[in-house]
Design a protein. Structure first.
Length: 76
């Protein structure tokens, strides 16, 4: 399970597989970490979601997206 900043590309990457907090809010980060340490069910649910989420990030998919983008740019 992860606690991550709710900025940049992190929300897109984390999706529903982690807790998102403002990046400079120490209290929110502390609260997120505390939740993961104390709430077994939440921790396990986010762990499972994280494992499922990793399957969407493959080198094959990255390569296909890159080739698709190159084709679009070359077609212009």
């Amino acid at each position: 399970p992860v606690v991550a900043a709710d900025r940049s590309s992190l929300p897109e990457v984390v999706g529903d597989a982690g807790l998102l907090v403002p990046p400079y809010d120490v209290e929110a980060m502390t609260d997120g970490l505390r939740k993961l340490l104390e709430k077994t069910e939440l921790r396990e649910m986010l762990r499972q979601r994280g494992l499922e989420r990793t399957r969407t990030f493959t080198w094959e998919r990255t390569a296909q997206g890159t080739v698709s983008l190159y084709r679009q740019l070359l077609a212009r």
